[in-house]
Design a protein around this ligand. Structure first.
Ligand SMILES: Cc1ncc(COP(=O)(O)O)c(C=O)c1O
Ligand SMILES: N[C@@H](CCCC[NH3+])C(=O)O
Length: 425
């Protein structure tokens, strides 16, 4: 499916002519394959398990509908994501609501609309939920997010499970908060949650976290008589960073976790909880390509050759933020020898707006060529900005040779839509 000219049966040159560039192209077939793998390898395999797609990776109304159709739940992290899910008629019972500082109004909407699980991140949130729930005539089902003190090997900015993380409840506070939750009339405490971070390529930190959490579960059972029904192990499953390396299957991540959980529960005499996962990037990362048109090509003798494209850090801030690596091909020239090493630069007014360093390209690369950057499905569109007043690109879904416009390209007027003049001139 991954050639530089065709993607999910669609000719990339045709897509660029039809929709312009930069353009996010998202393969429905890849997303469906990943969802199928989640159903076959996890949901159908482990009793009572649940899978929530982490919408922060890439969320549009079309994506939400696709996830619904594929039978997954949805992880939202803000009122905005929840609003989108509601607009897409996503079943609210299958939504899990996250956030380290949820706003009162967001919690009100979540409870009012019957969001399935609220993942509590701090004590004050419990009080707020317990106060709001009766006014909505509901009892809120919650999980407590625990910081398991496991440091996963990934970029520092996307680690979340280490001690000192801004996310989650420090381990030593969990027993107190469990007791408090159990005493609250309008709270139904279902279990615990942890999330170690993102783009984690090793399953061992997950297994380590299971050791920590099962010990906690054993203590909670003996000291607080709390029997945990659900354990949500978050997401973070990494994809191949770039190149032709293929990503690890879901089983690589979940099977060792499930095996360890079983062993530890049986050793501690604990009933096996139902387990939930929240993958984002693993579902959508490789399903996305960004198409750019090449413009300026600047060869600096003895230094660098810059190939500039018509997008950059505004549509993909990840290289600038995390030093993320991407791979790309000049569309239609994939068969040619790649004798030139170039740096792909964006067009933002920042020296750090570099998308790819040391990319081998064919010698005859020229302005007007199309560049396809691979694996941009996750955290590109969702993190895009209008820096330098650049309109966000369109998003096109493709499947078996058919294309569907999911998000229109922004116009210059869209960028001004909320602005007001405050002077007479
Ligand atoms: C609570 C939670 N769940 C799931 C995810 C999804 O992460 P990823 O896209 O790496 O799978 C995130 C993001 O890191 C998260 O914060
Ligand atoms: N935005 C990050 C992932 C963060 C995941 C959410 N906690 C990235 O692009 O890799």
């Amino acid at each position: 499916m991954r050639t530089s000219l065709y993607f999910d049966g669609c000719n990339l040159r045709d897509l660029a002519s039809k929709y312009g560039t930069p353009l996010y192209v998202v393969s429905k077939s890849i997303i469906k394959d990943r969802c199928r793998e989640i159903r076959g390898g996890f949901l159908d395999h482990y009793a009572n398990s649940r899978a929530y797609y982490a919408g922060k990776a890439f969320l549009t109304i079309a994506m939400c509908s696709l996830i619904k159709k594929e039978g997954l739940g949805l992880d939202v992290v803000s009122g905005g994501e929840l609003h989108l899910a509601l607009k897409a008629n996503f079943p609210t019972a299958n939504i899990v609501f996250h956030g380290n500082n949820k706003l009162r109004q967001e919690i009100e909407t979540a409870i009012d609309r019957g969001v399935g699980r609220i993942v509590v991140d701090w004590e004050g949130e419990l009080d707020l939920i317990n106060e709001i729930a009766p006014s909505k005539g509901r009892r809120a089902s919650v999980l407590l997010r625990v910081t398991p003190e496991v440091e996963a090997l990934t970029h520092k900015y996307i680690q979340t499970g280490h001690r000192g993380s801004k996310f989650g409840i420090p381990l030593e506070r969990v027993p107190y908060l469990v007791e408090k939750s159990l005493s609250m009339e309008h709270i139904a405490l279902k279990g615990l949650h942890f999330h170690l971070g993102s783009q984690i390529e090793d399953h061992r930190p997950y297994v380590q976290a299971i050791d920590v959490v099962t010990e906690l579960m054993a203590n909670l059972q003996s000291d607080k008589s709390f029997i945990l029904e659900e354990l949500d192990i978050g997401g973070g499953f990494g994809i191949a960073a770039h190149g032709d390396a293929s990503s690890k299957p879901l089983s690589y991540f979940v099977d060792p976790v499930m095996e360890r959980l079983r062993a530890r529960c049986s050793a501690f005499g604990l009933p096996l909880p139902s387990v939930a996962i929240e993958p984002g990037r693993w579902i959508v990362g490789e399903a996305g390509i960004t198409l750019y048109t090449i413009g300026a090509i600047k060869e600096i003798a003895g230094s660098t050759t810059y190939v500039s494209v018509d997008g950059g850090m505004a549509d993909n801030p990840r290289p600038a933020l995390y030093g993320a690596k991407y791979d790309a091909e000049v569309v239609g020239k994939e068969g040619l020898p790649k004798d030139r090493i170039v740096t792909v630069a964006g067009r933002c007014c920042e020296s750090g707006d570099i998308l790819i360093e040391n990319l081998p390209v064919p010698d005859d690369i020229k302005p007007g060529d199309l560049l396809a950057v691979f694996n941009t499905g996750a955290y590109n569109y969702s993190m895009a900005s209008n820096y330098n007043m650049l309109p966000r690109p369109a998003v096109v879904f493709v499947e078996n040779g058919k294309d569907f416009l999911a998000v229109e390209r922004e116009t210059y007027d869209d960028l001004l839509a909320k602005q007001r003049s405050i002077c007479d001139d």
